[in-house]
Design a protein around this ligand. Structure first.
Ligand code: SF4
Length: 963
């Protein structure tokens, strides 16, 4: 008889053991894997991946299993805190107060602002996952001054892709590695799809797929790539345009796909005397299907040699050529213009910019083209397109891409990402097997239907905004500007400076509010964003701005509220601190109204369900928002008689509907009175219980005929419209050529009626709003002396930590307690810097002393480091001599949030923070210098209520924790 193992992990726990296992969703990074949390006597003892969860299928990473040390971190805030009367901001002197006092204080202040000038209140949030709720709060308050972290993170990725193909990477789409043969990853660190990407990559490699990684640095995913192609930061656009050049020159584009599913064949007006120059030509007599998005375009039919309505039966559009309409208007297909645009973008031209040999660019283009052409996939799935044509199968060209912040966080990122989306389209890989595939709620219209508010009149006392504070401008008339063309938002989003800033510009809020440009504000509420440290550029100066006072002695930003779970660098500057719960202590939802965790085969949303009670007096921020919204009597949160509608956040999630009776709420699963409906249905009072019984996740698998070609799939469109994923059911044609961008250019040229840019910005708008992608050097590079600052400097999020979240984590900080600047040995040696030696890295904006580490895995023109390992002394519950502040450093000190002329250091189209554009030089530290990173800051004292740890965690970062 086999002996019973001493420890059998599969055995059910003994009833006497006090052990419980509870399902919830991880939040140690933004991937949101399913987890099982093991509790003993009410304490977390073990966290494992949930094998029944579709996203991670049981896989857990080091961060996920270290959630236990986040839960019991001594850096946790446990009491509401008020800045001590008479103390200064930044000193970190607080007195604990009761929640009721904190809420009453906020209620009274916000009530006054709302009744007078709602835009005096600004709400900006970090990498939270509840933007549908925070956005609703701002909208109901009536302030346009709201955004999450997207402008600082990857809005270029979202906007560049969505304005081209109606979908984007990560949450809204990704590479189909189950069927791809060639996978090209470009500009991607580990934070954008962690476990799911690792699972998919391991299967892909085992199946014999070829993986090419294009990145200045070979780390993480790149380490297992079959080929690493080092590239200079900010030059990806040049590479992509050269690849497009080659694919077109070799005739390796998917003509059939381009002709039917993109605007390649649509005719563009070439009459330079016309105010319609560069706009699509239309048939005014054609039946207009959707008046909001008329699609009465013209093709030049190759067979009859005349202009015809697009997608006319039997017509085949010319993609190349110059034509004349019957009225004499010169016209060319959009593809002709693309071909002309990329003519000069040869591999040799790109080689000089990117550092990649021309032969490599040629080889990669050829490999992409022939893999797409010669290794086609055909699935026996019949479907009908939006123009009524039946197809017997779904075809795929198995070349897949994945890209992220490495492309996005540059001031030329929007056009780079448009180039990538166009390359993917030329290869015929959009929403097809083996290529890029959408995830619900995408695809959406190009651009999606939500528009920002249109002018100062949208902001009225005691009145919600007419629509969401953020949106997708389609034309200059959608800009959020005043009569003079000036910005209405505090971050200048949707102004002529950054017209398509769909995610706002969080990185400019403090500077603008401090300067009073365009106006001062009264109260800034920051949730989960470390804006006195790594979530800001120009950190040293921003910290001074937070402390700066007006002549009357009042702070320039008079009231600063910070809600966070941990004592960060930011909390020291707060006037009021609200202690948030950990992710294990609250309800939460990853909603279809926000950023769900959908799979290629259908919508997926998920929830968190508390596995523990809140520590101390922590309260979930969601509850705070529902409470404040109810007290302030926001229309969506009270009955017509003014009575409170929602007991608490879980009650709100179950009962809130996007419109009365819409049947659409935050969660798509188990709707209907008894939970019998999916996606749409009446509120179900037992919805949370049903999620709890189903591993906290709802997965709606669509029939195979709805899983592909969704931009143009009639059946999918009808279903998506019926469940509210789309407003309309018209096809989402890929915009190789963007007449939306051309509309802005015409306005800048004075050829378009309606809103006009201020004269000072006309040239800028005319230059960057090009309907076709083009390459320009990053804006910072254009104003920097490259001989004085010859190197690019970038950061990456480490594999074992999620940005700044984990330096308080006792397990994870054993992996990274300080960071190095990684420098190619040849470059370091030329500067006389030793491996492991102290060195200076200097940009035009500041300098930092740090430790050097030689690395062959970085191209010689780049230096890099891990993001947010370095900490300010005393923050995050660390002792004053912890490695994080003594040997770790923050690169953000070197990055400016503005360029000369007080223009934001951002993409001129989307406002994406260009924090990967900084240029630096390096030198050795002198032997007599302190062996310590610089700059150093005054240590913030431990806040009341922090430092608490369970009995089995006596020490943390050298300090004995309070029991
Ligand atoms: S990948 Fe992210 S969400 Fe998944 S287990 Fe790791 S930390 Fe948690």
């Amino acid at each position: 008889m086999a002996a019973t193992p001493i420890h059998d992990p599969t055995r059910a726990p003994s009833e006497k053991s006090g052990t419980q296992v509870r399902d919830t969703t991880c939040y140690m990074c933004a991937c949101r894997c399913g987890i099982r949390v093991h509790l003993r006597d009410g304490e977390v003892r073990y966290i494992e991946g949930n094998p029944d969860h579709p996203l991670n299928q049981g896989v857990i990473c080091a961060k996920g299993s270290s959630g236990i040390m986040k839960q019991y971190s001594p850096a946790r805030l446990t009491k509401p805190l008020l800045r001590k009367p008479g103390s200064e901001r930044g000193d970190g002197q607080f007195v604990p107060i009761e929640w009721d006092e904190a809420l009453t204080l906020l209620e009274q202040r916000l009530q006054k602002i709302r009744a007078t000038d709602p835009k005096q209140f600004a709400l900006f949030t970090g990498r939270d996952q509840m933007q549908a709720l925070t956005g609703l709060f701002a909208r109901q308050f009536g302030t346009p001054n709201y955004a999450a972290h997207g402008g600082f993170c990857s809005v270029n990725m979202a906007a560049g892709m969505i304005y081209t193909i109606g979908g984007s990477f990560w949450e809204f789409g990704g590479p189909d590695l189950d069927r791809a043969k060639l996978f090209v990853m470009i500009g991607t660190a580990e934070d954008h799809h962690s476990n799911p990407m690792k699972i998919a990559l391991s299967k892909f490699k085992r199946a014999g797929g070829r993986f090419v990684s294009i990145n200045p640095v070979r780390t993480g995913y790149s380490a297992i790539a079959d080929e690493w192609v080092p590239i200079k930061p900010g030059t990806d656009g040049a590479l992509l345009l050269a690849l497009i050049h080659e694919i077109i020159a070799l005739g390796l584009y998917d003509r059939e796909f381009l002709a039917r599913y993109t605007n390649a064949g649509q005719l563009v007006n070439q009459d330079s005397a016309s105010d319609q120059f560069g706009m699509m030509l239309r048939n005014a007599q054609a039946t207009i299907g959707n008046p909001l998005r008329p699609a009465n375009f013209l093709w030049w039919d190759r067979l009859s040699q005349r202009a015809m309505d697009d997608h006319s039966d039997g017509a085949d559009p010319a993609l190349l050529g110059h034509f004349k309409l019957d009225d004499g208007t010169p016209a060319v297909p959009a593809f002709q213009l693309l071909q002309e645009r990329v003519k000069a973008y040869t591999p040799e031209w790109a080689a000089a910019i990117t550092g990649i040999p021309a032969a490599t660019i040629r080889r990669l283009a050829h490999e992409m083209g022939i893999t797409a052409r010669d290794q086609k996939i055909e699935l026996p799935i019949a479907w009908t397109d939006c123009w009524g044509q039946r197809h017997d199968s779904v075809k795929g060209n198995p070349v897949a891409f994945h890209a992220m912040r490495g492309l996005a966080a540059h001031s030329n990122g929007f056009h780079t990402i448009r180039s990538l989306a166009i390359l993917m389209s030329l290869l015929g890989t959009i929403d097809r097997p083996g290529g890029f595939r959408h995830k619900a709620p995408y695809p959406r219209a190009v651009p999606p239907n939500a528009r920002p508010p249109k002018g100062p009149d949208a902001v009225k006392p005691d009145t919600p905004l007419n629509g969401a504070p953020l949106g997708w401008p389609e034309s200059p008339d959608d800009l959020f500007v005043d009569a003079q063309g000036g910005p209405v938002r505090i971050d200048k989003g949707f102004s002529w400076e950054h017209p398509l800033s769909a995610h706002g510009l969080m990185h400019n809020v403090i500077t603008n509010a401090w300067r009073g440009d365009p106006y001062p504000i009264d109260t800034l509420l920051i949730f989960m964003a470390n804006m006195a440290w790594n979530s800001t550029m120009n950190t040293v100066e921003v910290r001074k701005m937070l402390n700066d006072k007006r002549e009357d002695g009042e702070y320039k930003i008079p009231f600063l509220v910070v809600c966070d779970a941990f004592q960060s660098e930011m909390t020291a500057y707060a006037d009021l601190v609200l202690p948030d719960t950990s992710y294990l202590e609250r309800h939460d939802c990853m909603s279809m109204l926000d950023r769900p965790i959908s799979e290629f085969d259908g919508p997926v949303d998920s929830v968190r369900i508390p596995v523990l009670p809140p520590m101390g007096e922590c309260r979930p921020f969601q509850e705070v928002l529902v409470e404040l919204a109810s007290r302030l009597k926001f229309p969506a949160f009270v009955t017509p008689e003014g009575a409170r509608k929602y007991r608490d956040y879980p009650d709100f999630i179950v009962n809130y509907e996007t419109a009365p009776g819409s049947g659409i709420g935050f969660l798509a699963g188990w709707r209907g009175k008894g939970g019998e409906k999916s996606m749409r249905g009446e509120p179900n009072p037992k919805q949370w219980e049903m999620y709890a019984k189903n591993h906290c996740v709802f997965h709606h698998r669509m029939p195979p005929e709805h899983q592909y070609m969704r931009n143009w799939n009639q059946g999918y469109m009808a279903w998506a419209q019926s469940v509210g994923l789309r407003r309309d059911n018209d096809p989402i044609v890929i915009h190789l050529y963007s007449e939306f961008l051309q509309g802005f250019r015409l306005a800048a040229q004075g050829k378009r009626a309606g809103k006009q840019p201020p004269d000072a910005l006309r040239k800028r708008v005319e230059t960057y709003f090009d309907p076709l992608p083009f390459y320009y050097a990053p804006l910072e590079e254009q104003v920097t002396d490259r001989t004085r600052f010859p190197l690019n400097a970038v950061t990456q999020r480490p594999m074992a930590m999620y940005h700044s979240w984990d330096s308080q984590n006792a397990w994870l900080r054993q992996i990274h307690t300080h960071n190095y600047l990684f420098v190619n040995p040849q470059v370091a040696q030329a500067a006389g810097i030793a491996d492991g030696g102290w060195m200076w890295v200097e940009s035009p904006w500041g300098k930092v002393r740090c430790l050097c580490r030689y690395s062959e895995a970085v191209e010689p023109g780049t230096v890099w480091t891990w993001n947010a390992i370095g900490k300010a002394k005393g923050a995050w519950g660390l002792s004053e001599d912890a490695n994080e502040s003594q040997r770790g450093f923050l690169l953000n000190h070197l990055i400016s949030e503005e360029l000369p002329g007080q223009l934001s250091n951002s993409d001129p189209i989307t406002g994406q923070a260009a924090w990967y554009d900084v240029r630096v030089r390096i030198s050795a530290a002198q032997p007599d210098e302190a062996a310590m990173t610089w700059p150093q800051f005054k240590a913030a004292p431990q806040a009341p209520g922090t430092g608490v740890a369970p009995r089995w965690r006596a020490f943390f970062a050298g300090k004995e924790a309070k029991k």
